[in-house]
Structures are given as C-alpha cells and as structure tokens.
Design a protein around this ligand. Structure first.
Ligand code: FDA
Length: 428
C-alpha cells in the first residue's frame, strides 16, 4: 500500500548504473531534490566488472561521427541520433571529469581509455567517484528498492516503490522521471527489461532487442573441432555476407581484431563486434584467418609455391602463420597422411577457402547471460535527441542502453551512457 503523503521531488532517476548516476548528479547540480533508485543493493555493478576491472571508460572516437570509410560506430535504426548528446558531453569532457576526481586514465589501442587502479581497481574508483558526486550534489541514493508502479497523475509523475530491506512503501511525485534501467544483458548483475516494458505500456515503439557484443555458439558437429581448439587465439577479419546483415544497417563493417576459440564456439573482439550486426543469431559470418596475407589469390599462389618447393613435406607446411593447434586441426580436416605432392589440388583449394573465406554458420549466440550489451531498445524516433525526453510524454526521459543506440566495443557504450545521462540530467 502506498503511503498517504507522497514525497515530492524535482526528479526521480530509476537505475543507478552508468547513465543514471551521471544523470542524477547532473540534475542535482540544478538545485532541485533528486532521488536515485535502484533495485540492486550496490550501484553501478556493470561498471565494477567492466574492462577487466579497469573500465574502458571512453573512446576518443566516440563522438557520433562515422569512420573515414563512412561506417557508423553506433548500431541504431538512426545512428545519427546519438550525435547531438555525444557532441555536447564529449570523450574529452569525460576524461576531464575523471581528472577532477583524481582518476588517472591510460590510453590503449584505438583511442580506448581505461581507468587506472591504485589500491582499488580503476573501475571501483570510477563507480565510487560517480556515487560521491551524487552524494555531494545532494542526490538521495536509494538502493535495494523495487519500483512497483509509475504513472502520470495530474501533470506529475508518481512512482510507488518499496524499500526491500524494511518493506516500507513510498510514493514519490516529480515533474521529471529518468528511466535509466539499461538493457537485458547479464541479468545476474541486475539487468531487467523494465525500460522496454514501460515503453511498450506507454505505447512507445521499441526496436526488437537482441544480445549484442556476444560470443557465437557453433552447432554440435562443429563443436567437436572448436572445443579441442578452446583457448587458441589469432588475429582475424570478420564480416557479414549479404543476407546476414541486420535490417536497417546501411554499411556493415569489417573488423580486424582478435578471435578466440571457446568450448562452445567463437569469441574475442572481432567476433563480438560483428555479432552486433547479425540479422539473426544464426546468420552466417565470414572469417578471414589470415588477414595480413594479401589477396585470396596471393594466398593460393603462396601455398602452391610451398607445394612446389617442398613436395615431400607434410600438409603442416602449409599452415605457416597459424597457431600450431589450429594448423593441426585443419590438416586433419582437409588432408590425409601423404606428402604434399600426393595431395589432391582440391584439398589445397579448400584450404585457401577455409583460411580466407571461412563461412561460420552459428547455431546461435551465448545470449543475454554472456552479452556485453543489448541491441535495440526504445526507438530513437520517440525521443528528443538533445534532452532524451519522450516526445509524447513530457517529463519522461529515457537514457543509456535502454535506447536503440549500441556502440562498438572499446568504450563507446559507456560514452553513450555518460553523454545521454548528461543530456537528460541537464534538461530536468
Ligand atoms: P546499466 O546496466 O549500467 O545500469 C542499469 C541500472 O538499472 C542497474 O544498476 C540495474 O540494477 C538497474 N535496474 C535494472 N532494472 C531495474 C528495475 N526493474 N528497478 C530498479 N533498477 C533497475 N562498455 C564500455 O563502454 N566499456 C567497457 O569496458 C565495458 N565493459 C563491459 C563489460 C561487461 C561484462 C558488460 C556486461 C558490459 C560492459 N560494457 C562496457 C557495457 C556497459 O556496461 C553498458 O553499456 C553500460 O553499463 C550501460 O549503462 P546504463 O546505465 O544504461 O545501464
């Protein structure tokens, strides 16, 4: 039962993750009373485990602009939507923010910035700094609280919520409510589909959600080979053949990065990245196992030269440049015990295809339990791109991963969380 006397406040932020903490701290700087609510007993749990404990907090290229090749770095039905918020609160602004909170960052490859730990992990320093800023700005942080109802009454948003520790039920009324409950990835860290359910209830369009930045699972017949290769890693290029690209993606990129064989299939940055663009979890993926070997024709020529120069060698001689276990597995799959000169040319041609145009046909992905993010979410057409306010429901804002804006691996998703949180926090 809700209490008789509702507690008025200036803004209620639901979800104390990356975007919610940024939004609440920013909103409270305006002077109004802000309540930040989360059903978990600890704020920012995803921040704590991100970047191997050092949180890849931003990426200098996360400014909403496409690459030099015209490829968007955010997957969305409207990738340009994110530009406005990302250009107001930029990666440099986040780096400056970290500096004012005495958090040192290190740049790793491709503009990725990580928080540097001291006696505590860099990710914990960041989470604590966000919470500290919330407290310092006067935000009332209410953790371990379940939202029971949210509705608009006489022009104000009314939220009914229960403190799970005491069982007490509260009603807060506010002109502004920020939904920052993230996506569905990693439920054990508190992820729920609340924002999507709420959006659907309010009649907002939701772009079908799916696990993204997620490892691929191969069918049982292929798992025999891949599980024996578990742990083998190499640099590859991943891309999608026509028909595998998710609807609405204008230009699907190619990712040159690491790939690792797992017990279930394939993972590593090149695989996680391409997974965000797949039409379905079963869509075919193209893998180039030798991306530094020139053209496919040059690889064929190079292998034929080896056969001509070393006719008595075993087929293993063709596996130069590959990890040893992978080379052995390919020999077993495509060749017999005879020396190179006795092998059929079709085996060599099959090897060229396998090395340069391996068509991986996954049986699915590892799903939300292993996905780094959720793709899809509340359609950007429902939101004001400067403030994140829902066009048809004044005073309601939706930010972070709940929105149909999914970044590349490498700090792009946190930067979207900071930027969209800053946009909503400034507007309320
Ligand atoms: P986020 O998920 O952070 O926060 C949502 C909050 O809402 C949570 O605190 C949750 O408990 C709360 N909540 C959910 N449902 C609720 C309900 N019903 N009632 C009340 N509260 C509710 N990105 C990146 O850029 N660099 C990186 O290094 C990484 N690393 C990384 C590692 C791993 C393992 C994962 C899973 C993810 C990453 N990410 C990442 C992605 C990044 O964590 C993600 O994009 C942001 O956390 C999204 O921020 P949000 O605030 O939108 O959601």
């Amino acid at each position: 039962m809700a209490p008789n006397n509702p507690l008025p406040c200036g803004a209620l932020v639901i979800g104390a993750g990356a975007a919610g903490m940024m939004a609440a701290a920013r909103a409270a700087q305006g002077g109004g009373k802000v309540i930040l609510l989360d059903h978990e007993r600890e704020a920012g749990r995803k921040i704590l485990i991100s970047g191997g404990g050092n949180c890849n907090v931003t990426n200098i290229h996360a400014d909403g602009r496409p690459t030099l090749h015209g490829v968007e770095r955010y997957v969305s039905r409207n990738p340009r939507f994110a530009r406005s918020a990302l250009s107001v609160f930029t990666p440099q602004d986040m780096l400056d923010w970290l500096k004012t909170h005495s958090i040192t960052t290190v740049e790793k490859e491709a503009g990725q910035y990580f928080c540097q730990g001291t006696t505590e992990s860099g990710a914990k320093l960041l989470r604590d700094a966000l919470l500290h800023q919330c407290h310092q700005s006067g935000v009332q942080v209410r953790l371990g609280c379940t939202l029971m109802a949210l509705e608009k009454k006489q022009g104000l948003w009314s939220a009914c919520w229960r403190d799970n520790a005491t069982g007490q039920v509260f009603e807060s009324v506010a002109p502004h409510v920020v939904l920052a409950t993230g996506g569905k990835a990693i439920p054990k860290l508190g992820a729920t589909g609340l924002a999507l359910e709420m959006a659907a209830r309010l009649g907002l369009e939701v772009v079908s959600p799916a696990p993204a930045l997620v490892p691929l699972v191969l069918p049982p017949e292929a798992q025999g080979t891949t599980s024996s290769l578990a742990g083998v890693s190499l640099e590859v290029c991943t891309s999608l053949p026509k028909g595998s690209v998710a609807a609405g993606v204008k230009k699907a990129p190619t990712f040159k990065a690491g790939m690792v064989f797992t017990h279930k299939g394939l993972s590593g940055p090149a695989v996680l990245q391409i997974s965000s663009y797949m039409a379905t979890p079963q869509s075919a993926v193209l893998v180039d196992l030798l991306p530094n070997d020139g053209t496919v024709e040059q690889t064929r020529q190079r292998l034929e030269n080896i056969v001509a120069a070393r006719p008595k060698a075993s087929a293993l001689a063709l596996m130069e440049g590959l990890p040893r276990r992978l080379g052995q597995a390919l020999v077993q799959e495509l060749f017999d015990d005879r020396p190179l000169a006795a092998q059929p040319r079709t085996a060599l041609l099959a090897l060229v295809e396998r090395l340069r145009r391996w068509v991986v046909q996954p049986s699915g992905t590892e799903g939300y339990t292993k996905a780094e993010v959720m793709r899809g979410g509340v359609a950007t057409s429902e939101l004001n791109q400067r403030t994140m306010e829902v066009k048809t429901h004044s005073g309601l804002y939706i930010i972070g991963e709940a929105v149909d804006v999914t970044g590349w691996l490498g700090g792009y998703n946190f930067q979207w969380a900071w930027a969209s949180g800053h946009a909503a926090g400034s507007a309320v």
